[in-house]
Design a protein around this ligand. Structure first.
Ligand code: ADP
Ligand code: MG
Length: 339
């Protein structure tokens, strides 16, 4: 019988990395989410060659203390939850403590970070999961991650990457969604030296929609804002005239997280039925907030899928609200009660 052995840490990390990091865009997602969790108000993302050779993410968030750096790169190390009960009330984007260890196991990573409480910053180098250097260095408050040569040590995975311009396209889409989901953060995205997106961080969602999608779409939006028993919704829905040929313009965010949800897609599309032609899809930027206990984000390592326990209620209320907004509120009879 073949011998059973426990895999070494580096191998375990590389296998796990496959679930968290499958392309440059997933590195950007994890690191920008960390910056947002660190309460950054400005985040700059620079990439070269579609992020395959170079990703640099700079934030002005809380930084990482020197004596916590090595721990941050261990698998399952996180400052965001302490126990499984905390998952219920989770408000941070991260919680699995897997991103840094995963990224560092399949790339060459340089971290420069400084907290406001420390006098000097730190520079940490880790490549393929192997620590190379930890030294004091002058740095502004906040954190910079430089991720070079993604999958340099896992050629099989590298082969699955698309061309640099396709990978850059995925990152660009992601940056737009991150900007839409965090209007209070100023995002700058630079691809091969060119600034592709720069949002002000002034909290105005409509400004960001204008920035990302242009004047035509921004001029054809209907605001939506409503509280229901178990959830609330805010944002904008597009008038049927700006319907699209695919689902890419159905944006929805749950508790600040960009997600994919067949329930929400169905709710939105069913609500628009009768308002637009078949095989057309609406434009939406909808933000749902609900109590953490009603939604399970821990379905998949990338945290993109979720499950709702009040799904039926969401469907019913949200679809009917979207329909009302599309019809125009003025058409709804107003009943005034005379005393
Ligand atoms: P998670 O986000 O699930 O906690 P990560 O592996 O992404 O796990 O990060 C590990 C820890 O490193 C985080 O919990 C956080 O304390 C710290 N960290 C990572 N990125 C940053 C950052 N940009 N600013 C401050 N702290 C960070
Ligand atoms: Mg994280």
């Amino acid at each position: 019988m073949p011998q059973i052995t426990l895999l070494d840490k580096n191998t375990i990390d590389k296998i796990a990395a496959g679930e968290v990091v499958d392309r440059p865009a997933s590195v950007v997602k994890e690191l920008v989410e960390n910056a947002v969790d660190a309460k950054a108000t400005a985040v700059t993302v620079e990439i070269k060659e579609g992020g395959i050779s170079f990703i640099r993410i700079t934030d002005n968030g809380c930084g990482i203390e020197k004596d916590q750096i090595q721990l941050a790169f261990c698998r399952h190390s996180t400052s965001k939850i302490r126990s499984v009960e905390d998952l219920v009330t989770i408000s941070s984007l991260g919680f699995r403590g897997e991103a840094l260890s995963s990224i560092a196991s399949v790339a060459q990573v340089e971290l420069i970070t400084k907290t406001s409480g420390e006098l000097t910053g730190c520079r940490y180098l880790i490549e393929g999961g192997e620590e190379k250097e930890l030294e004091d260095i002058g740095a502004p408050n906040g954190t910079t991650f430089l991720v070079k040569n993604l999958f340099y040590n896992t050629p099989a995975r590298r082969k699955f990457l698309k061309t640099a311009s396709t990978e850059a396209g995925y990152i660009s889409d992601l940056m737009e969604r991150l900007a839409l989901s965090n209007p209070e953060v100023s995002f700058k995205f630079i691809n091969n030296g060119q600034v592709k997106l720069h949002t002000s961080g002034n909290s105005n969602l409509k400004d960001i929609i204008y920035h990302v999608y242009g004047r035509d779409i921004a001029a054809n939006l209907l605001p939506i804002e409503k509280e229901f028993g178990s959830f609330s919704v805010s944002g904008f829905i597009g008038k049927p005239v700006i319907s699209r040929g695919n689902r890419n313009f159905e944006n929805y965010f749950v508790n600040g997280r960009y997600v994919k949800s067949s329930l929400l897609a169905k709710t939105i599309e069913d609500a628009y039925k009768g308002f637009m032609m078949q095989h057309k899809y609406p434009f939406t930027v909808l933000k749902l907030s609900l109590k953490g206990e009603l939604v399970d984000v821990n379905v998949h390592p990338a945290k993109m899928e979720l499950r709702f326990s009040n799904g039926e209620e969401i469907y019913r209320h949200l679809a009917s609200e979207i329909k009302q907004v599309l019809r125009g509120r003025e058409l709804i009879p107003q009943v005034s009660l005379q005393e």
